[in-house]
Write a protein that binds this ligand. Structure first.
Ligand SMILES: Nc1ncnc2c1ncn2[C@@H]1O[C@H](COP(=O)(O)OP(=O)(O)OP(=O)(O)O)[C@@H](O)[C@H]1O
Ligand SMILES: [Mg+2]
Length: 149
């Protein structure tokens, strides 16, 4: 039941009014996201993608800080679910994703959360979950989930 209402909430558009609420949204999705799933996070600069990933990490037991990967394209967090946070913003070409060899780092149960997934071209898994971030107001964000067909 909790799973259904959570998924329905995200499908309808999950509104948040503070960064902390966006983190909480991440924690909520963390409870219903199947293991070994790619989560594509679509949205403009400052839309709240990294804030959301912080909520995922917390929910899976990562106590330390979570900031955007800067020198690295991705960072790995090891809670009771492995979280790989990839920021593809500076990825030049989709082929560059291949050279990151992310597959080699995946340890089940894992989640690969990707910011700027459009920079990966067609390299996203077909069964990836897609979450779209809109910012209708300065402090409001709406997160809308699109499940794989
Ligand atoms: N409801 C909200 N949810 C999330 N962030 C919010 C909200 N309201 C305001 N903010 C602010 O928006 C910014 C979100 O930044 P964040 O780094 O999470 O975005 P991002 O989508 O990862 O951006 P980028 O594409 O640059 O990596 C933060 O400064 C945060 O304080
Ligand atoms: Mg970010």
């Amino acid at each position: 039941m909790f799973r259904e209402t959570t998924l329905a909430g995200f499908a309808a558009g999950w509104a948040t009014n503070s960064p902390l609420q966006t983190e909480a949204a991440g924690a909520a999705l963390a409870t219903v996201l199947p293991p070994d799933t790619v989560l594509a996070l679509h949205g403009d600069l400052g839309a709240g993608k990294t804030t959301f990933v912080r909520g995922l990490a917390r929910a899976w037991g990562e106590a330390g800080p979570l900031t955007s990967p800067t020198f690295n394209y991705f960072l790995i967090y090891r809670g009771h679910r492995q979280l790989i946070h990839l920021d593809a913003y500076r990825l030049g070409r989709p082929e560059d994703f291949d050279s990151l060899l992310i597959d080699e780092f995946l340890e089940s149960p894992w989640c690969l959360a990707v910011e700027w997934p459009e920079n990966l071209g067609n390299r996203l898994a077909e069964n990836a979950w897609h979450l779209f971030f809109a910012a209708p107001e300065e402090t409001c964000r709406v997160l809308t989930l699109q499940l794989p067909a």
